[in-house]
Design a protein around this ligand. Structure first.
Ligand SMILES: [Zn+2]
Length: 309
C-alpha cells in the first residue's frame, strides 16, 4: 500500500465517522489496486472480487462493492464527485455488500429484481450471521437492499455516457447483471467472467447457485451480440485491457471443455472423490490458479448427474 493510499484511507475514515477498531476496519485487502480500463473507467482488482467505477461530469457510477474492500478511497483519489449510482452484478457477498461505504453520497442502488428477491431470501441473512460472529469488518455496517430493481434491460444516461444494464438471467447466480458502456467500449461482466482463475460456485448461506448450462448459454448470447467492446471486465482475475471478446470465448469454452472432461470420467465410472484427485485441467486452462478448482469440479459433477448442488 502506498503512503498516498494510507493517507486517503485515513481521511476517508474520518469523513465517514468510522468508529471501527483495528487496522482491518474499512480498508482494502492487501494487493488491491486500480487499473484504468478506458478513459474515466477504473477497475479495482488484485484482491477479492473486482469492482469498477466510471467518472463523469455529473458524478460517479460504481459497479459492484464488497464489504472486505472499501473502494471509496480509490475513487476519491480520482475525483471528489459524488457516487450517484451504485449497481451490483449479482447477490453475492463479494459483489453486493459494500453499499455502506458510499452511504454519505446516498447513491441510487440498482439491482435486478432477482437480486432484490435474493436479498430477502438469503443475502441479508448471511450478512447478519457474519455480523453476529463479531467480525470487526461488520461492526456498525448495514446491508441495504437495492432501492431500484429491473427485469430485461435498463439504460442510465449520466454525464454524456450511456450505461446499459442487462439482466442476463440465471448463470453464475439466479440473476446476473452485465453493464455495457458504448462510449467507452467496455462491458462489466460480474462473475460471468473470470480471467485466469477457476470460477466460483456462488455460495450463499450454504446454497450453491452457479449453473453451468445457464452460464454457457449467457456467455454464448453475449459473444453472439458482437458488441464493439475492447475490454470485458471480469468479476475475478486480471483485467485484460483491449483483449476484447476472446476473454468471453475463453470463459465459455472453459465451461464446455471442463464439463466434457468431467463427463468422460463419470462415464469411466469415477467417483467424485476420484475426479477431485485425478482430474487434469486441459492445457488451455492449466495455468489458472488451482484455488477454486475443487469447488467447480463438484459443480460440474453434481450438475451432470442432476444431483443439483
Ligand atoms: Zn465473485
Amino acid at each position: 500500500m502506498t503512503n498516498a493510499t494510507k493517507r486517503a484511507l485515513g481521511v476517508s475514515a474520518v469523513l465517514l465517522g468510522l468508529a471501527l477498531p483495528g487496522p482491518a476496519a474499512a480498508q482494502s485487502m492487501p494487493g488491491r489496486k486500480v487499473v484504468e480500463v478506458a478513459k474515466d473507467v477504473y477497475t479495482m482488482t488484485g484482491a477479492g472480487s473486482n469492482a469498477s467505477f466510471v467518472v463523469t461530469d455529473e458524478g460517479v457510477l460504481v459497479f459492484d462493492s464488497d464489504i472486505r474492500n472499501n473502494d471509496l478511497p480509490f475513487i476519491r483519489k480520482v475525483t471528489d464527485k459524488k457516487v450517484i449510482y451504485l449497481f451490483a452484478s449479482h447477490a453475492s457477498g463479494d459483489h453486493s455488500t459494500g453499499a455502506w461505504y458510499f452511504r454519505e453520497d446516498k447513491p441510487v442502488y440498482i439491482g435486478t429484481r432477482d437480486q432484490i428477491r435474493a436479498y430477502y431470501q438469503n443475502e441479508l441473512k448471511e450478512f447478519n450471521e457474519r455480523k453476529a460472529q463479531g467480525l470487526p469488518l461488520y461492526k456498525g455496517a448495514e446491508l441495504p437492499p437495492p432501492s431500484l430493481g429491473f427485469d430485461g434491460t435498463m439504460s442510465v444516461l449520466m454525464g454524456g455516457l450511456t450505461f446499459q444494464a442487462r439482466a442476463e438471467g440465471y448463470g453464475h447466480t439466479s440473476g446476473d447483471m452485465t453493464m455495457y458502456i458504448p462510449q467507452r467500449r467496455v462491458m462489466f461482466m460480474g462473475d460471468l467472467l473470470n480471467n485466469e482463475v477457476h470460477p466460483g460456485q456462488a455460495e450463499a448461506a450454504g446454497v450453491f447457485f452457479a449453473n453451468i448450462q445457464g452460464t454457457i448459454d449467457i456467455l454464448t448470447r453475449i459473444i453472439d451480440r458482437k458488441l464493439p467492446v475492447d475490454t470485458y471486465v471480469p468479476g475475478h482475475g486480471a483485467v485484460h485491457v483491449g483483449r476484447g471478446v476472446q476473454d468471453v470465448i475463453d470463459q465459455r469454452d472453459y465451461f464446455v471443455m471442463m464439463r466434457d472432461e468431467v463427463a468422460k470420467m463419470v462415464m469411466a465410472g469415477k467417483t467424485l472423490d476420484q475426479i477431485l484427485k485425478e482430474f487434469k485441467v486441459p492445457q488451455r486452462f492449466a495455468h489458472y490458479d488451482p484455488g477454486r478448482l475443487p469447488g467447480i469440479l463438484r459443480l460440474f459433477y453434481n450438475q451432470l448427474i442432476e444431483k443439483g448442488l
